[in-house]
Ligand binder design. Structure first.
Ligand SMILES: Cc1cc2nc3c(=O)[nH]c(=O)nc-3n(C[C@H](O)[C@H](O)[C@H](O)COP(=O)(O)OP(=O)(O)OC[C@H]3O[C@@H](n4cnc5c(N)ncnc54)[C@H](O)[C@@H]3O)c2cc1C
Ligand code: SF4
Length: 586
């Protein structure tokens, strides 16, 4: 069966909608940007009754049906930027627990060793355990109270240009069938024509990718590198872990060749919106646990969902979870590259913030506070553009300057070489981290890096039995209690899409999948996708007896395929707005 991919429909008129500012993506970065802009407009209007600015034409576009539904994180919140955005926010924000205990462990196959000193980057006293889903929902309520419109269920699908100037965003066409043709309920997307477009799409944003390619923005930068975090929420018997207790692990089940580690946070709340479990009872004994695997591993058979299942079988973790129940599942990528992988942050008509730019401190596994701060600084710049009625590159370039003179840079600069320091494995990485801590990120100003998928080795060069990595490879079987196969896990992500729509995983050339990849790399898409979207089906007519098939409805929007495919022929584009995972309580 021929695969039909989502692509712009010909001869469709898109109604225009004028806007001052359009923010694409309603995660922490986008919401903070909207809220700060609203505050600045309120302050301006109070000072200048004669020259009022309106918020009517400021919009946030969010592809999820409800704000926060596609947001997945650990999550520990460093409150620094929230204290600036909404002083006293702690009184009303949904914070599950203040961190009161932390520990970093090195795991061997069966043993665990607590580091005598918690590395400074992982000291979390003063931070809060949160559900990013609940937190973003709450931020969205603040944005709406402030009078800014959030369009949920609307994805930004294309950037609009006038020459080299970004002039707006086209939203997704709705009611397109599997053959990429209009259905009877077809509704064309809007052309939201904006003075300023702020891209806040999270990691590997699809519009951000278009922009980066069009203007070759990563020229002279380190390529962005990524990890993928696979997460489960568990309800465990009382007394196993306290809300506010934080555990990080390194080592097992990864070998010294892979980069990554796990988190275990004691939390409250559960799988439902209000922090109560589905049976209505308030829960104190929720565990957020997950494993982040660097997307720069070598063996194309490695499966990040399998890594999490193997991790859970370690006695240290199995004991914590025994008798408990897995209640939610999800996965999402995160950018690791740090300071040297940031693209230029602004140009003619546009700015890029949060994970879309790469504002994440990978030494701390934290990006929420940086996403918020970058959104606030972009808002200050957008406000300046509105008051001057000038959103050309020179005005928006002030965003870059604001970032460089803020604590964002102070935090990211000392860890600018952190991830690069692990390129020769864990031991070298720990040594380099020590050096960087002593020398403020040095001795080198900038260590180079390369795109993670370039590390993938051809199958022929790897041991057939998987060697030391065997327990990380291929599909996990699952016992249904402690460990789960992918489809069982996926069921707990709540992901749902309109079935009758073209595939939103756009493969440039499926011949490469069927003729080359299956032989050279053994079709790693089947392994790295945490949602079983990619399958190689038996087909005697295919050159190697297998052909690629897709289950796009399973997709949890983690973007791993767009990042990790060895031939870089997969492009994730937004499906019809509203479809995707349901990360309530995650
Ligand atoms: C597994 C994992 C664990 C983490 N743990 C922590 C932690 O403990 N502490 C911490 O501080 N950070 C943590 N992070 C990082 C943190 O979650 C991110 O840095 C932060 O969420 C980035 O915010 P953002 O708004 O830039 O992007 P996101 O949170 O990704 O939000 C982007 C939003 O944009 C929407 N969107 C995307 N594309 C479009 C489009 N084209 N049109 C419309 N809407 C769109 C998405 O649906 C989403 O709602 C973790 C990340 C992961 C993946
Ligand atoms: S298809 Fe791609 S974006 Fe969707 S879940 Fe799989 S790897 Fe993630």
């Amino acid at each position: 069966m021929t695969l039909i991919f989502r692509k712009p429909l010909p001869n469709v008129e898109h109604p225009e909608m004028p806007a001052d500012v359009v923010i694409v993506g309603g995660g922490p970065a986008g919401m903070a940007c909207a809220l700060r802009l609203s505050q600045l407009i309120d302050e301006h209007n109070a000072r200048h009754p004669e020259a009022q600015l309106s918020k009517e034409n400021i919009y946030v576009l969010e592809k999820a049906r409800e704000a926060g539904q596609h947001c997945l994180s650990g999550a520990l919140l460093d409150p620094r930027s929230m204290k600036e955005l909404l002083p006293g926010f702690e009184r009303e924000a949904p914070l599950d627990a203040a961190v009161h205990k932390e520990g970093v462990y090195f795991l061997t196959r069966t043993g665990h060793y607590k580091l005598p000193i918690t590395p400074p980057a992982l000291r979390d006293h003063g931070n809060y355990v949160i559900s990013i889903n609940k937190f973003v929902k709450w931020l969205a309520s603040k944005v709406e109270e402030a009078g800014i419109t959030i369009f949920t269920g609307f994805a930004g699908s294309e950037l609009l240009y006038d020459g080299n100037r970004v002039t707006g965003v086209r939203t997704d066409d709705k009611g397109v069938d599997k053959l990429n043709e209009q259905k009877s309920n077809f509704e064309p997307g809007y052309d939201v024509k904006a003075k300023v477009v702020v891209l806040a799409e999270g990691p590997r944003g699809s519009l951000t990718k278009q922009l980066i390619q069009k203007f070759d923005l990563m020229k002279d930068r380190n390529p962005q590198t990524y990890g993928v975090g696979v997460k489960e929420l568990w309800e465990v018997p009382a007394g196993r872990i306290q809300a506010g207790e934080v555990i990080y692990t390194m080592g097992y089940p990864l070998t010294t060749k892979e980069y990554g580690g796990a988190w275990i946070y004691g939390s409250k709340g559960g799988g439902s919106k209000d922090g109560n479990s589905r049976d209505g009872a308030s829960k104190e004994n929720i565990v957020s646990l997950g494993f982040v695997t660097g997307l720069d591993y070598q063996d194309p058979r490695l499966d990040p969902q399998h890594v999490l299942q193997t991790f859970k079988q370690h006695p240290f973790v199995a004991k914590l979870l025994a008798g408990g129940k897995m209640i939610r599942y999800g996965a999402k990528s995160l950018p690791y590259g740090g300071w040297w992988s940031l693209p230029p942050l602004a140009g003619d008509g546009w700015m890029v913030i949060g994970d879309s730019a790469g504002f994440l401190n990978s030494a701390r596994l934290k990006g929420i506070h940086l996403a918020i701060k970058s959104g606030m600084l972009a808002a200050e710049t957008a406000f300046e553009a509105l008051t001057k009625d000038d959103s050309a590159a020179a005005t928006l370039a002030q965003f870059q300057k604001r970032v460089e003179s803020s604590w964002l840079k102070d935090e990211l600069w000392p860890v600018r070489n952190f991830h690069q320091g692990f390129k020769n494995g864990l031991v070298a990485g720990i040594f380099n981290t020590g050096l960087q801590t002593i020398f403020n990120g040095g001795p080198a100003k900038r260590l180079p890096s390369h795109a993670g998928q370039e590390n993938l080795k051809p199958l022929a060069s790897l041991p057939a039995d998987g060697g030391k990595e065997a327990s990380l490879l291929g599909p996990a079987k699952g016992d249904g209690k402690l460990t789960f196969d992918k489809l069982t896990d996926l069921y707990h992500s709540g992901t749902k899409h309109e079935e009758d729509q073209p595939a939103h995983l756009v493969i440039d050339d499926t011949n490469i999948c069927n003729e080359r990849c299956v032989k050279e790399f053994g079709s790693p898409c089947q392994n790295f996708c945490p949602a079983n979207v990619y399958e190689m089906l038996d087909d005697s007519a295919a050159p190697n007896g297998k052909r690629i098939s897709l289950n796009p409805s399973n997709c949890v929007h983690c973007k791993t395929c767009d990042i990790e495919d060895p031939y870089q022929i997969i492009t994730w584009v937004p499906p019809e707005g509203g479809g995707g995972p349901n990360y309530d309580g995650m």
